[in-house]
Design a protein around this ligand. Structure first.
Ligand SMILES: C[S@@+](CC[C@H](N)C(=O)[O-])C[C@H]1O[C@@H](n2cnc3c(N)ncnc32)[C@H](O)[C@@H]1O
Length: 429
């Protein structure tokens, strides 16, 4: 007979709840595992001193943690948006899911250092569902403003929303719930808890094999509502990994896109390490379009992150760093760290594969449509004449890891699986 493991408070609450009410949806489980106020992954990691989910001592890398050039190029894009909207006297940038506030600091700093005209009109509000309790730069989502002119931006927010999971059985969409039996959390299969889950998958059922698994992100609708309440006029930049629906629910992705990250290792076992590992799923960009579309936003582009940053002139930043190495303004080792960090943002096998989805509403000036944005259409890059930002001492270690070209290669033998980008995206063409 196996002895049940000692349970933490969150696990015990889940067990008690399941004992009383029966299996819970995966969405409810993921909500608790990631966002429980005390034991959830994000609040608990943020409120441990010196701990962060992102970066070298965390569980995964994001673009802002890789190099400040990411924020600088977005600042150039935001400046152009402001100009194309007729240089309104107030242009508010609202970041949702700002995490530790790295991107907000990078964008704000670049605007104030390099874009003085825009700086007079621009303000930045960084929000998160679970900000660090002592953070002054990132505030609770309850403090989102309303009716702004400007831009709502997010990086890897939507892939962190709790999802429902489904499985195809006997040609029907069934839901995967979380149950607790014989001392362990297990999956159980039942009818769908919301008709929308089956409705999203039904058009693809004919091509999906038996036991095909996937996820449905119903929270995107709530997010679109809050974007619409926040932004009266302007742009929405949504940066994430995902696909339009026909590619999300393609037969080759038979195990779905759910992934767990723990200390730079990857698994597909969300019922383990509850509250200690991150859980994500690829974003359904069709749902992003539909839900924002209902609120009056139109998609104006969806370039890969690589294309978007190249269009904005990331090459100019690489050249600038090289020139400053030649003139000895930067040491050879400093410039190498910077080149590696900037390069990782456009790595076609890594962060470069993310999508930058841009929507707009009411951006016409005097009835004329706004000009196409540089990040989307390319053309004249925005970087010439602007200095590339460089890594500060504290972030140099990130670049060192990234230089190995795979951000997940940090060695943690005790956790087993060593993911590569190929593991992550092997079902991609
Ligand atoms: C994967 S992290 C990304 C953090 C940061 N944007 C970055 O790029 O490093 C996802 C973040 O979204 C936040 N989040 C999740 N759901 C949210 C919601 N409904 N509203 C605001 N923030 C949310 C989480 O607390 C977490 O900080």
């Amino acid at each position: 007979m196996t002895t049940p493991l000692a349970r933490n408070n969150l696990e015990q609450r889940l067990i008690d709840h399941i004992a009383q009410y029966g299996p819970i949806t995966f969405q409810a489980f993921m909500e608790a595992a990631l966002y429980d106020e005390v034991y959830g992954y994000y609040p608990s990691r943020r409120n441990q001193s010196g701990s962060t989910p992102v970066g070298t001592d965390g569980d995964y890398f994001t673009s802002p943690s890789s190099h400040p050039a990411f924020g600088a190029l977005l600042a150039l894009q935001l400046d152009e948006m402001w100009r194309y909207m007729g240089s309104p006297s107030e242009f508010t940038i609202v970041e949702m899911g700002a995490g530790d506030g790295v991107l907000s600091a990078d964008i704000s700093q670049y605007i104030s250092q390099e874009l003085p005209k825009f700086a007079k009109s621009a303000s930045y509000i960084a929000t998160d569902l679970a900000p660090r309790s002592n953070s002054t730069s990132v505030v609770q989502t309850s403090r989102l403003p309303t009716g702004i002119t400007g831009c709502v931006i997010s990086n890897e927010l939507l892939d962190a929303f709790p999802v429902n999971r489904f499985i195809v059985q006997n040609g029907e969409v069934r839901e995967i719930y979380v149950d607790y039996r014989d001392g362990i959390f297990v999956e159980s299969i039942g009818d769908v808890s919301e008709p929308e889950i089956a409705a999203r998958v039904d058009p693809f059922l004919g091509s999906l094999p038996e036991n095909y698994r996937g996820e449905v992100n119903l929270r995107i609708g709530y997010w679109a509502d809050s974007v619409a309440a926040t932004l009266a006029r302007g742009y929405v930049i949504t940066i994430d990994y995902g696909n339009d629906r026909p590619r999300l629910y393609k037969p080759a992705r038979a195990e779905g896109s759910l992934r767990c990250y723990y200390q730079h290792t990857l698994s597909r076992t969300p019922l383990n390490r509850i509250g200690k590992q991150d859980i994500t799923a690829h974003v359904d960009f069709t749902a992003v379009d539909h839900t924002l579309g209902v609120m009056g936003f139109s998609r104006i582009g969806k370039p890969s992150q690589q294309q978007f940053l190249l269009n904005l002139g990331i090459d100019g930043f690489l050249n600038d760093i090289e020139q400053r190495a030649v003139s000895r303004e930067l040491s050879r080792s400093e410039s190498q760290e910077d080149l590696a960090g900037i390069g990782s943002l456009i790595d076609p096998e890594g962060l470069g594969r993310f999508r930058v989805v841009v929507h707009s509403k009411g951006v016409e000036v005097d009835g004329e449509p706004s000009q196409p944005l540089s990040g989307i259409k390319g053309g004249k890059p925005d970087t010439p004449g602007h200095k590339a930002p460089t890594l500060n001492q504290a972030s140099v270690e990130h670049a060192r890891l990234l230089r190995a070209s795979n951000p997940f290669t940090q060695d943690h033998p005790q956790t087993g699986v060593m993911p590569s980008w190929e593991d992550l995206f092997s079902d991609e063409p």
